[in-house]
Design a protein around this ligand. Structure first.
Ligand SMILES: Cc1cc2nc3c(=O)[nH]c(=O)nc-3n(C[C@H](O)[C@H](O)[C@H](O)COP(=O)(O)OP(=O)(O)OC[C@H]3O[C@@H](n4cnc5c(N)ncnc54)[C@H](O)[C@@H]3O)c2cc1C
Length: 311
């Protein structure tokens, strides 16, 4: 979340993420500008090499093919096919990775039924491979549809998870409404621009709601993914886990984004926690990069340095 100075900058960067002109300009420089810090590469082989390296460092992986807002049915089906193929590859090669994807990558903007069918295919393949999958959470206009699809999947599969964003005012109600399903929930602060009518705007409110959500989830049956790079929130979560004697395996894990706060991630592994890094790959990296820049506008500096040092 941004301080007062960063908020307009964050808003400007997130607005730029929707600009075809900015996308064309940035994409002309390709990965070497800075995206490679956050993205494993553009090909499956580049991803698999990074996934192995990350596993060797003691981390599990959440694999994400970069893609969202797909308007073509065949493209949506192909994305789901790709996830199914990856799950089989992970099983064949003993790679400790699951998959997490956006429903708009598998057809939600085209037809919710198509997105459900594609997500169910991925869940079925994950089950056949003894693995799990997660639905990422996108902009607030998709929350209801994502929760509806999660509930339908959860009625058939016990290996599916979803995400709640602590900046949304509704998230505690959404969590409580799914507790009877013993859910696998990832908690994040939220990476999109949302209006004050539906979202907390102060960092301290977003952080307080994040902790309240995690405490509520850890007090209930299910699995909790604590996805943040915030040292204060991580320390608080560690205290709760110790105070309640929650076992280090089977009830929760910490999660971070590939390329962010590596020292903190390594320290958590060294302290015996299960830690999963979300490792994205693919050629549609622009929106993902812009969200990472918006989270920490200071990242722009090394991004621009990269741009001008290339001239
Ligand atoms: C595993 C995982 C999955 C996610 N899935 C989703 C999702 O489905 N939907 C969604 O809306 N959001 C998702 N996010 C993004 C999330 O909402 C936040 O935008 C992101 O995690 C940054 O917030 P933070 O919790 O690290 O806290 P912040 O308060 O933003 O940051 C805490 C500290 O972390 C470091 N940091 C954070 N971000 C960056 C960055 N970009 N570059 C460098 N340092 C940084 C800084 O040191 C900062 O001081 C996900 C995040 C993770 C870790």
């Amino acid at each position: 979340m941004a301080s007062l100075l960063e908020r307009p900058l964050r808003a400007a960067i997130l607005a730029a993420a929707d600009s075809p002109f900015v996308q064309r300009t940035v994409s002309r420089y390709g990965m070497q500008l800075g995206a490679r810090r956050f993205v494993a590469g553009e090909s499956t082989d580049e991803f698999l090499a990074v996934a192995r390296e990350v596993n060797a460092r003691g981390f599990a992986v959440a694999c994400g093919i970069l893609g969202e807002g797909v308007a073509d049915r065949a493209q949506a089906i192909a994305a789901a096919d790709h996830y199914c193929a990856l799950l089989r590859t992970f099983a064949e090669r003993g790679i400790d990775a699951n998959v997490a994807f956006k429903l708009t990558h598998v057809g939600l903007d085209i037809d919710p039924e198509l997105a459900f069918e594609n997500a169910a295919r991925i869940a079925q393949t994950a089950r056949e491979c003894g693995n799990t999958m997660r639905l990422d959470m996108e902009q607030s206009r998709y929350v209801d549809a994502t929760l509806a699809i999660y509930r339908r999947l959860r009625a058939r599969f016990d290996n599916v998870g979803y995400v709640l964003q602590s900046y949304l005012l509704r998230s505690m109600d959404d969590l409580v409404s799914t507790l009877d399903l013993q859910p696998n929930v990832r908690f994040v602060k939220g990476a999109y621009l949302e209006p004050p009518a539906i979202a907390f705007s102060e960092k301290r409110e977003v952080d307080a709601n994040y902790l309240a959500l995690v405490e509520r989830a850890l007090a209930s049956p299910g699995y909790t993914a604590i996805a943040t790079h915030d040292p204060a929130i991580i320390a608080h979560a560690e205290r709760i886990i110790a105070e309640r004697s929650i076992p280090l395996r089977g009830r929760f894990e910490f999660q971070m984004l590939y390329g962010i706060s590596p020292a903190l991630a390594d320290a958590l592994v060294a302290r015996g926690y299960r830690v999963r890094l979300a490792v994205p790959f693919g050629d549609y990296w622009f929106p993902y990069l812009m969200r990472r820049l918006a989270e920490r506008p200071a990242n722009l500096a090394f991004f621009l340095r990269g741009a001008f040092s290339k001239r």
